[in-house]
Structure formats: structure tokens, C-alpha cells
Ligand binder design. Sequence first.
Ligand SMILES: C[S@@+](CC[C@H](N)C(=O)[O-])C[C@H]1O[C@@H](n2cnc3c(N)ncnc32)[C@H](O)[C@@H]1O
Length: 470
Amino acid sequence: MVDEYDNWAKQRSRVLTGAFLYVNHIQPKYKPVGDMKILCLPGAKGHEITKIYDVLGIKRSNIFGVEHHQESFEALRKSNLGIELYHGSLLEVLENAKSQGRSWDIISMDLKSYFTRESRYMIQLIVSDHLLGRRGTLITNFLGKREQGVHKEMLEDIFHAIKHPLVPYGVNNKPLFEMTPQGMKIAAEEPFDLKHDRSETITRIIIEAAKRGRVELDLSILAPFYKQHDVEAWVAELKEDLITRGLDFKTMAWYQFPGRNDAEKLATSYYMGQQGSFAIVDYFRDRWFPREFLHLYTYLETQCYLPRAIESEKYTSPKGAPMLTDRFFLDQFEEELNPLANFFAWDDQFELCVLPNIEGASSFFKKAYRLRPNNAIGFDLEKNQKVKIMDRRLNAQIQPILRQATKTVNRLSHISKTSKDISLDRTFIGSAASEHAEQRYSPTDLDLTDYLQELKRTGTIKTKRRKRRR
Ligand SMILES: C[S@@+](CC[C@H](N)C(=O)[O-])C[C@H]1O[C@@H](n2cnc3c(N)ncnc32)[C@H](O)[C@@H]1O
């Protein structure tokens, strides 16, 4: 039998994964490589460990290997790699990680299957539960064919949802985001061709999920916009309402979404259907908050991951199966956002207050109330004046913080926008079934140690110049 994972095309993909990890995550020294933790599916032979992580200097004891297949797990166990092993599904591991206090610097989902609802749910768990800590690399590998039924429909639905442009749109001089009628028309007419659009759709699903962060499965972010104090009570109320109307909530569309509980299922449904995002956008628009406030609020609340680097490629397995690989180096930009952590607070009337903790405020909310948009902050479209604060003394304290907030938001929004503009054309490594294609690669291209050395030699990877000793 042909070993699906023991061929040059797969090996070239591993080398590119190793190079991506080295360049984006390891060389910039965010943390010592010896402290980095990995979650992966090493496969029966553990090639991912020996051919990538060993070369990069990652400690085997920091690697958590998951395998659900009995025979493969036994083979992996017998090879005594010295990694932590788990016999079970990756989904179980991800669902329980947060409550067990686990997170990883690198999560590698080298799956054999096509992109399913379950795959999307696994991504949701990673980004919503912050399983990559404050920054980390996510690597995914999916079979690029055979989606059927709900899985195929999901790809098509999300393809359209992503294509629906949310653009700055002035309605009655309100300068926030709306979906334009033209945008809706274009989106509805956009044809979806699985063969052509699959790879880009999968990559975009993952980027968009990362950019939503905690919100993906957490309804609590939405609660205040619906005047709700408590998520459990809110969900109970919604269910009660359905029951009173003689409807069975188990037949509802939202109940079919994956989630560890009803609130998570509802969260997915709110955000997939975009009504969650619209509720937030409407709130800010109706109060004439400047646009930066909306962005800052969502960055702070969702603690989302923005991509610092993305790479995609494709190869064909020995059996002719197209495999789609994506790599994302994601960051929560904590350093930038932490100083602004107390910028917003909700009062008991579900009004969002800004800067409630401003120095010199005699009580927590007293000054914040004065900063409510209606009497303190306005947005003059004609003059394009964003913020106008009445109280001069407060003004002096607030302006530097507002400037800092605006700068941070602009920087993060730029990064977020750039990920939309990234060309997602995939590099095609080649087909493992074709010897002809292999000849394009030298032995150096197929060995991570040699490849990294070559990149350093040619200056593609910068090496620090050693100081000469006198
Ligand atoms: C593509 S292979 C891994 C190859 C390996 N990363 C390498 O570079 O050689 C995927 C492995 O993960 C296992 N697997 C697939 N899906 C899984 C899941 N959801 N949970 C646990 N193990 C899974 C498969 O049985 C298989 O052994």
C-alpha cells in the first residue's frame, strides 16, 4: 500500500511549513523555542515530529500528539518519540482544552478529510477559546474534494457571506457600515463553483473566524446590545418563548449548529447570519460614535487574532487526492490593546460609556456619564470632525488617549484589511504520483535543515551578523 505521508510532495509541504514557522514565529524570538508548545496529528510514523519540529529545536516533551485511529495510535506509541500522546479525537481535545487550562503556540491540523462543519467548529474553538494564547501559528490541511450535503452547502453559504461587502455607506449622513443594495445584488448573483472557489473559501473562512475571535462561540459579547445581563437567562428566555409559541427549539436552524451548549449554538447562528454584527454596528451608529470606537470596542471585546502572515499551497497525494494547506501566523496585538483595556464600560442602563476610569473622576461613572455621546461626543460629517468634548478639563485628559486609540485602531484595521487583499493563489507543489514533477526539486528543497541553510545563504532569511571580537 502506498504510504500517503511518505512521499516527496508531502515532504516538500512539511519543509515549507518548517520554513514558515522559522521565519515568522521562531526567528523573531517572541519566546524561546525551547518553551514552545505544539498540538498536532503526527500520524502513525510521526514524520511531522522528526522532519519539522526536531529540526526547529522544539522539545519533544512539549509536543502533544493526537491520534484517533487504533492501529496508527499503537504504531505511534511503540515508536517512543517521547511526546505526550492522546488516543482520541482532535475535537475532544479542543473542546476540553480551555477548561483544562491548555493552549499551544502551534496547532497543526493535518487532517485527511475535506472541510466539514466539524472542521469549522474546531477552528471556532481555537479562536474563541484562545487556544493559541496571545499569538500562535495555525496550520491546516484539508482534502480538496468530495464535500457533500451540509458541508458543501456550508462552503457555498460562507462563500456568499464573505463576498457580501460590508462597506462604509452613508445613510442619512451616518458614517458607519451598511450593506449597500448594490453589494447585496452582486452577492446574490455571484456564482459559486466549488472547484474554482473551494481553496480560497476555506482560507477566508479561517481568516474571518480568527478575526472574530471570542465572539465566534461567546454570546456574552452580544448580550448588552440586546439589553441582556446574563447569557443563561437570555437563552432560557428565548427557548421559553419558542415553547410558548408551540415551537420545538430542537428543530430550529440555530440548534443544528455545533457548540458545547445552547448559548454557543446561538452565538454561531447570530454571527453566521450577520445579525450579531449588525446589532453592534447599529448601536454605535445610532449613537453617533466615531467609527474608531466601534473597531476599538470589537478588538478589545473579541480579543481576536489578526494575521501577521498567511501562506497557502496545494499538492496532490500519491492517490491523486488534492490537498489544501494553509498557514496562518496570528496575533492578538496585546501590547497595543492592553493600555486601552478600560476605555469602555457599560452602565446599568445598557449605555456604553467611554473612558469611565479617567483620572480624577470622583465616582466610577460620574465622569463617564458626562462623556455620553449625546452630550459630549459628536460626529460632524461636513467638517469631518470626529470628536467634540464639551468639558475643557476633561478634554485635556482625554485627547492623548483618544489619539492613542485612533492610532492603534488604524494600525490594526490596516492589518485586518490587508488580509482581505492578500492574493490567495496557491502555489502548486506538484503531484506525488508524477515522477516528472519531483525533478523540479533538489534534495535541498526536500530537507528542512538544508533548506533553511540555503535560505540563510542566499539572504532570504536574514541572519544576525556576529560581532567581531577584538
Ligand atoms: C494526514 S495524517 C498526519 C500526517 C503527519 N502530520 C505527517 O506529516 O506525516 C493525519 C493523522 O491524523 C489522524 N486523524 C485524522 N483526523 C483526526 C481527528 N479528527 N482526530 C484524531 N486523529 C485524527 C489520522 O488517523 C492520521 O493518522
